[in-house]
Write a protein that binds this ligand. Structure first.
Ligand SMILES: [Zn+2]
Length: 209
């Protein structure tokens, strides 16, 4: 599996480019901004973007999705429970002092257990409401990687004080879904350094029972 991670935009959202070495099909997860940089990595690997997956509808994660869709023709997948946040993108842009990305056309709503595909590479959708109502993670089981969005960070968890956030739901998602994964799974959080499930199970102050 080809996996490139780049921090995009002023809030340095971790965008993942996941590709299949054989078919050269790819998915891009959380294209928040810097689409030209994303496209140059895609081109460097000779990849064709087939799916755009958004872990949740905060502007720093979804802001460049429409531009990437226009450039590649790939559909945008976002859980429907974040529809209200999509409608609020102009307001989010004001809050963050960022550009309003304009009309966002969502093409599909992944459910828990759905698969997102890049050729033979398959990621499983784990629904993890809490940071937002529609937050999801993408789990690449054979590769032991979790793209966690803003659900889990190294040593911390996503904030829940924004519209659609719930601390109770976040902790429930973490304890019932995320911590269900094996200790050696590498976690790619929505921001900041990588970690593992085992490290967070041991050290993350929010996850201690
Ligand atoms: Zn967020």
């Amino acid at each position: 599996m080809i996996h490139e991670i780049l921090a995009v935009g002023p809030l340095q959202c971790n965008c993942s480019i996941v590709g299949d070495e054989v078919s050269h099909e790819a998915m891009v997860i959380d294209p928040g901004a810097d689409i030209s940089k994303i496209l140059s990595i895609v081109a460097r690997h000779g990849l064709q973007v087939k799916q755009i997956v958004v872990t949740h509808a905060h502007l720093d994660h979804i802001g460049g999705a429409m531009e990437l869709k226009t450039a590649t023709g790939a559909p945008i997948l976002l859980n429907e429970n974040d529809a209200e946040l999509v409608a609020m993108l102009p307001v989010q842009a004001q809050w963050l002092g960022m550009r309003d990305p304009g009309q966002m056309e969502i093409d599909g709503s992944p459910k828990g257990g759905d698969k997102v595909l890049a050729g033979a590479v398959s990621g499983e959708i784990l629904l993890t409401p809490g940071h937002t109502e529609g937050s999801l993670c993408v789990y690449f089981e054979p590769e032991k990687k979790l793209i966690a969005g803003d659900t889990l960070f190294a040593g911390s968890v996503g904030r829940t004080d924004l519209p659609g956030g719930s601390y109770e739901k976040l902790l429930h998602s973490l304890h019932t879904t995320v911590l269900d994964l094996p200790d050696d799974v590498v976690v790619v959080p929505g921001h900041g350094p990588l970690t593992t499930i085992g490290e967070e199970r041991e050290e993350n102050p929010y996850l201690q029972k």
